[in-house]
Design a protein around this ligand. Structure first.
Ligand code: ADP
Length: 443
């Protein structure tokens, strides 16, 4: 049976009562016995209350530790009386609390890891408009770093961002905006949502790249339409003239020739557009094999020998390589074709074109050099852009589409190589591309 404090006191009382009864039966010794009984009762009461007070102090100390957040505290009472039961209930409550805290810590940690792994920047702002928390992306994005516990404007000053956070926090609704002054030249899509305890959390997505891609796409469509409009208008115009009786004035052949030229131009343009789309999308499967650089050079020279001779241009070969390069023959033939074709179109006045290759450590560097008028330095960085031409009229007149170098650049990307131009006005141009060298044919 459980030993309770009540029973302990009852036992002490019974002892005193027994002494009193003995004193009544033996009156001669009654006073002594009575005094003895009172003394024993006082002693027992004193011991019991001292023990109880000590156990209660233990519980108070335990409560103080819990109040300071020390969840390791325990009372660890062995007794099963009322105080013992209170103690074991308190111990169990603390153990549960500790378990709950551990679970909360784990899920907080998981949430933080998730938010920190996000590419988007995240910021939590309290009801007092101070920064409560930011993820790594936001901390890295803000040049001076995020300032926790400080007013949000000290971290991000952009008015559109602040407006979104403010309306989410005050009007308790999801709010969006486009922020353009967080970082120079960058645009962010801001989505702010109210937090349950007041304040707001905002997610910032960098739209710069998406906007750039959209603009490139728009520009590309505008360029293609523009490129097609001129020959189409010409074809339309001359066809109508012929149909309206132009056939009678002896210019039929001339007009038909113009129509044919424009149709050829459109066909070349669509051909180049398709090639560019194929190599740029990454869908084209390049058949990359070890090929001796000398073979690639020889094929290019053979291909252009006749047309060069017809223009009175000498084709020279400079080759100091051995071994192999990793190349798709067909694609490299196309690169050489675009470069030599350009050299013939724009650099023919130099009278000579040199094709060459030299080993350069891990790669082989090929070049196509002409001795024509050259290209002034401000055009060099843009030469490989789609539709970029130094002299638009000259390019169109010679059948250029403005896509040849862009196609060459994408073919080189697919080969893990590179391409660049070196030129000086009146000193000709040199187009250089590199291909990875391979030691021997892999088995
Ligand atoms: P295009 O079809 O107009 O030749 P490309 O992309 O091949 O288009 O070349 C882009 C522009 O670069 C040309 O329009 C021309 O102005 C310039 N260019 C290319 N190669 C040469 C060169 N060898 N000498 C001078 N200018 C060149």
């Amino acid at each position: 049976m459980r030993q309770r404090i009540f029973f302990k006191l009852l036992a002490a009382f019974a002892l005193v009562m027994a002494a009193a009864i003995v004193a009544l039966i033996f009156p001669s010794r009654s006073l002594i016995l009575l005094l003895l009984a009172v003394a024993i009762a006082l002693l027992i009461a004193g011991v019991v209350s001292a023990l109880t007070a000590r156990r209660l102090r233990h519980i108070i100390h335990f409560a103080d530790r819990i109040a300071t957040g020390d969840l390791e505290a325990q009372i660890a009472e062995n007794s099963s009386d009322e105080i013992g039961q209170v103690a074991s209930s308190l111990d169990a409550a603390v153990r549960r609390l500790k378990g709950n805290f551990a679970e909360l810590e784990t899920s907080k940690h998981q949430l933080e890891t998730l938010l920190n792994s996000m590419e988007d920047a995240v910021i939590a702002v309290g009801p007092d408009d101070r920064v409560q928390w930011v993820n790594n992306s936001l901390d890295k994005m803000v040049p001076q770093g995020a300032r926790l516990d400080s007013p949000v404007e000290e971290t991000i000053r952009d008015p559109d961002f602040l407006q979104a956070v403010h309306s989410a926090s005050k009007e308790i609704k999801v709010s969006t905006s486009r922020a353009r002054s967080i970082l120079p030249g960058r645009t962010f899509d801001v989505t702010a949502a109210p937090l349950p305890g007041g304040g707001a959390v905002a997610v910032l997505r960098d739209l710069t790249e998406t906007e750039r891609v959209e603009k490139t796409r728009r520009d590309f469509i505008a360029n293609v339409s523009h490129e097609l409009r001129t020959p189409l208008t010409s074809v339309q115009g001359y066809t109508e003239t012929l149909l309206d009786g132009g056939m009678d004035n002896g210019h039929t052949r001339e007009f038909l020739d113009i129509i044919r030229k424009n149709a050829t131009r459109m066909s070349r343009l669509t051909e180049d557009l398709l090639t560019l789309a194929r190599v740029e999308s990454g869908e084209h499967q390049f058949d990359i094999q070890p090929v001796p650089p000398a073979e690639l050079l020889r094929e290019a020279v053979q291909h252009f020998r006749e047309s060069a001779r017809a223009q009175g241009i000498e084709l020279q070969l400079e080759d100091s390589t051995s071994g192999f390069v990793a190349a798709d023959r067909e694609a490299i033939r196309q690169v050489f074709s675009n470069l030599v074709d350009n050299a013939l179109k724009y650099g023919a006045s130099g009278g000579k074109i040199v094709l060459g290759a030299r080993a350069l450590g891990e790669s082989v560097e090929f070049h196509v050099q002409d001795f024509g008028p050259g290209i002034s330095s401000e055009h060099i960085p843009r030469l490989f852009e789609r539709f970029y031409r130094v002299d638009k009229a000259r390019s169109r007149e010679s059948g250029g589409t403005g896509l040849g170098l862009a196609i060459a650049k994408h073919i080189m990307f697919a080969h893990h190589g590179s391409i660049r131009a070196e030129s000086e006005l009146n000193h000709g141009s040199r187009f250089i591309f590199t291909l990875p060298a391979v030691e021997e044919i892999p088995q």
